[in-house]
Design a protein around this ligand. Structure first.
Ligand SMILES: O=C1O[C@H](COP(=O)(O)O)[C@@H](O)[C@H](O)[C@H]1O
Length: 256
């Protein structure tokens, strides 16, 4: 199988979340069998928590040995710990509070009410990644990275026509000019996202169709940041029919 980007279309949001959750469980079981542990990067956004809620509801949820799975985030909103708008809080509500996982396996970005300022928080998360790096590397092996995609084509907190999407000399950046509130955020950079073995983008709704169509048509990453993302082994867009409206027929995988 090649590492071309694939688009898998599902009838609606619910089917999409259920299908991605089932794939997540089976793929992570394989990764644990093969490698002994797994590093998963989570996303915020509507489908991010939808998929985690579907994992939580799955009868197969506890076939996974959660003690061997580490969770990271692609980005975070610079808000106090526990704020309902934080990506980590949404993941806790959807799944993480309900499973038997050691606290040390959950790698949250710092919060705005902690002791660090935004730049120190970015450095601190970079150091946390480095502390779990594979030998001789700056980063851990990233097995699956989930990304939501905004209607403007942003991924993590890397937005169109902002400098963040071009950064390639840091693993984590402080963002101060997000067009989507809050303006202050923390984000992994594009080279880190592209270091992932598998990038799974999950998007639903007709407002996402133009960004997906442009990205697949080869728009620049400055215009549509998602266009600059590619996993080392697999890059899959899991979408619903509405989001797929502008995807060329030839790129749609025959079945899911
Ligand atoms: O603000 C964010 O938005 C994007 C996309 O969110 P969606 O609700 O439009 O799907 C998300 O991927 C990112 O992690 C988050 O911080």
């Amino acid at each position: 199988m090649t590492n071309e980007r694939r688009v898998l279309v599902h009838p609606d949001k619910q089917a999409l979340a259920g299908s991605v959750a089932a794939r997540f469980i089976t793929k992570t079981l394989d990764i644990l069998d093969d490698l002994g542990s797994a590093n998963i990067v989570l996303t915020g956004g509507s489908m991010g928590s939808g998929v985690l809620a579907a994992v939580n509801e799955s009868a197969a949820r506890d076939t996974l040995d959660w003690s061997r799975i580490h969770f990271w985030w692609g980005d975070e909103r610079w808000l106090p710990a526990g704020d309902a708008e934080r990506n980590d809080q949404q993941a806790f509500d959807a799944l993480l509070s309900h499973i038997d996982i050691p606290a040390g396996n959950i790698h949250q970005f710092p919060a705005s009410d902690g002791p660090l300022d935004l730049d120190q928080a970015a450095d601190s998360y970079a150091a946390e990644l480095a502390a779990h790096a594979e030998e001789g590397a700056e980063l851990p092996r990233l097995d699956i990275t989930f990304l939501g995609v905004g209607p403007d084509g942003h991924i993590a907190s890397l937005f169109p026509h902002r400098s963040g999407i071009q950064v390639n000399d840091r693993t984590v950046i402080a963002v101060r000019d997000s067009p989507k509130p809050p303006a202050e955020r923390l984000s992994l950079t594009r080279p880190v996202l592209n270091h992932s073995d598998r990038v799974w983008m999950v998007l639903a709704g007709s407002d996402k169709a133009p960004a997906l169509g442009l990205a697949l048509a080869g728009a620049s990453r400055d215009e549509v940041p998602v266009g600059g993302i590619k996993g080392r082994k697999r890059t899959v867009f899991f979408v619903d029919r509405d989001a797929a409206a502008e995807v060329p027929e030839a790129l749609i995988a025959p079945s899911y």
